[in-house]
Design a protein around this ligand. Sequence first.
Ligand code: SIN
Ligand code: FE2
Length: 182
Amino acid sequence: MLLDQIRSVTTAAPLFVPRMPRTGKEMSVRMTNCGPLGWVTDKTEGYRYQKSHPETGKDWPPIPDLLLDLWKTHSDFPKPPQACLVNYYEPAAKMGLHQDRDEEMFEAPVLSVSLGDTCLFRIGGENRKDPTKSLKLASGDVILLEGAARLAFHGVDRIYPATSTLLKRPGRINLTLRRVSR
Ligand code: SIN
Ligand code: FE2
């Protein structure tokens, strides 16, 4: 099942602590990637996609078939995703409002899969100050950021511990599939 495939990914490419550009402040999520490219961030080089893990130096493992199938089923984009960011949220972790805009183009959607504990997800418009709506994302939920929502500000305000028994540890995994270049 999908979770087993994600465990293989985190074995090959261990979760790392991402740091904010310039300040070097630790983000509260732990992350890794699979696919030809992975999204990383650190103090000196900031947000970017690169082909290898920042700590092991190894290429990222391939994107699991089940995720490639989800992309084929739910996205209209003709080419496969190039990156799958794996975010692990401990119960106290969150993610501030941001846009996904490190890709070279925005025609392809971002497909998100949630596993484990439910979270409170917030999404607004293309400007940071646009009004936002909150919704709960539960284990198994798939959302697409596409069309007008592709560049919408979004973030995770909280995790609701013990709302799922899927994971061995409390917390939430989010997978986002991205096409980086045309
Ligand atoms: C993200 O924006 O990278 C993650 C969103 C989520 O965890 O649902
Ligand atoms: Fe995002």
